[in-house]
Design a binder for this molecule. Structure first.
Ligand code: ADP
Length: 161
């Protein structure tokens, strides 16, 4: 069975990596898809985010990385994936995620959304939190892999807050 894990991943964090690692044991193939969202202003380009994800998951043989502009269900259909994977952290995620799952069900009844609960240690972690901490010069090595730390440091060295 193929699962699609779509998101912004701006940048990928240990929270995302935890979801990817655990789902790689559940599905034959997991495709991590960087969604091109025209309403968001990302810190990293789509190509950079894909490179960061590839490097973070290179030890997992059944993970593929791609990008897509459009509805996630359209991408899932194209790849003949049966599952849309999402991670759940706090109660506030739940409302948004449930609405999205219901919407996707109306668009593609044959595709199921599967939620994986965050591991306790990553329940607080989000990409925006990482960027906020880094912007103010604090350490983020416990939140993202070393190569992502370097990328973020380069970004903020160019544009100090
Ligand atoms: P989006 O813009 O689609 O929310 P994100 O990159 O923020 O993209 O998140 C992608 C998915 O990963 C979402 O389902 C989100 O809830 C989940 N996720 C993000 N951070 C964590 C975390 N620390 N633990 C578990 N799931 C997470």
């Amino acid at each position: 069975m193929i699962a699609v894990y779509a998101g912004s991943f701006d940048p990928i964090t240990y929270g995302h990596i935890d979801i990817i690692t655990r789902s790689s044991r559940l599905y034959e193939r997991v495709v991590v898809v960087v969604s091109k969202n025209p309403t968001k202003r990302p810190l990293f380009t789509v190509d950079k985010r894909m490179e960061q994800i590839r490097k973070s998951t290179e030890h997992l043989p059944n993970i593929e990385v791609d990008s897509f502009s459009g509805l996630t269900v359209t991408y899932a259909r194209m790849r003949q994936a049966q599952v849309l994977l999402r991670g759940l952290r706090v109660l506030s995620d739940f409302e948004k995620e449930l609405q999205m799952a219901h919407t996707n069900k109306t668009l593609a009844d044959d595709i199921e959304t599967v939620f994986l609960a965050t591991s306790t240690e990553y329940g607080f972690l989000s990409s925006s939190l990482v960027k906020e901490i880094a912007q103010f010069g604090s350490a983020i090595g416990h939140l993202v892999p070393p190569h992502v730390v370097l990328d973020i440091e380069k970004c903020y060295a160019k544009t100090p807050p």
